[in-house]
Design a protein around this ligand. Structure first.
Ligand SMILES: C[S@@+](CC[C@H](N)C(=O)[O-])C[C@H]1O[C@@H](n2cnc3c(N)ncnc32)[C@H](O)[C@@H]1O
Length: 261
């Protein structure tokens, strides 16, 4: 977005996933329609959002320490400090980051994502993950696809229904990455909740016009087909940690994992 560009229109008449998540994280960039959904969700949803975000922080830091300095983050969300670029550029200041989201409210707040270190680059495009080749075409202008890249799809794919082929989309993105790249992933699951709670969560999102497709462990594992999982493998959000102290092992309805390409 450049100076003088009109601000993107934000539709406040219907809820959006980015704004519901912002509400769950305690942010201020959400509207009554989003708050209504957030208030109907189980109390644990706020903890789920926080633990998912904390996984992103730990995984991004670990990737940066491992020497990768290029990031393609799709489904970025409304800026919430620390954002991915702040974490990785704090470790490797020359890191280059391409952010992508399809929600106009994220574009509206993109300035916060674009404050890069002088040595590095941050870039934002508004795009739908269901058109992965467009995202890759854009990213090729910013990132060097001859060197390893970290692709992150964090808390995104449960908004992509089966009919939109989430596995095929992921395959296109992962196949475009050079050898030595890393894939960071998290996904909501119904595995640990009673059917009535899951039904209520699905109804709550569905009535707001948001499609939610929570997936089982086996369904989440399929996103990693053909990749080498990094220890500790596919685990719930607080159980993924590396060289940091173990976070408190709270209940989480998110599977998370990192894999080598
Ligand atoms: C739950 S938030 C996750 C934000 C961030 N990745 C994190 O984990 O903290 C999901 C994000 O995915 C975005 N999103 C949903 N469907 C999308 C799509 N089809 N294409 C791109 N982004 C999408 C939403 O706008 C929202 O910002």
């Amino acid at each position: 977005m450049t100076a003088g560009t009109p601000k993107p229109q934000v539709d406040t008449s219907r809820p959006h996933p980015a704004r519901v998540y912002d509400y769950l994280l305690g942010g201020k960039d959400n509207y009554t329609v989003d708050q209504e959904i957030g208030k109907k969700l189980p109390d644990a949803s706020k903890q789920d959002a926080r633990l998912n975000r904390a996984f992103m922080h730990r995984a991004a830091a670990w990737v940066a320490h491992s020497g990768i300095d290029q990031f393609l983050d799709i489904g970025t969300g409304i800026p919430t400090e620390p954002n991915l670029h702040q974490i990785v550029q704090g470790i490797a200041p020359a890191s280059r980051i391409v952010y992508t989201d399809n929600d106009p409210i994220v574009l509206r707040h993109a300035e916060a994502l674009l404050i890069s270190t002088p040595e590095g680059v941050t870039d934002y495009i508004q795009a739908d993950v269901r058109r992965p080749r467009e995202i890759l075409d854009h990213a090729r202008g910013v990132l060097d696809f001859g060197r390893p890249i970290a692709l992150s799809l964090i808390a995104l794919m449960h908004f992509i229904p089966d009919e939109d082929d989430p596995y095929g989309i992921t395959r296109i993105l992962v196949d475009a990455l050079p050898a030595g790249s890393l894939f960071l992933f998290s996904h909501g699951t119904a595995d640990f909740q009673p059917d009535n709670v899951v039904g209520h969560v699905n109804d709550t999102y569905g009535k707001g016009g948001i499609s939610l497709r929570l997936r089982t462990r086996a369904e989440v594992e399929r996103f990693f087909d053909g990749l080498d999982m990094v220890d500790p493998g596919l685990v719930t959000a607080p159980r993924w940690y590396k060289d940091t102290a173990a976070p408190e092992d709270e209940h989480s309805s998110f599977y998370v994992g990192v894999a080598r390409v």
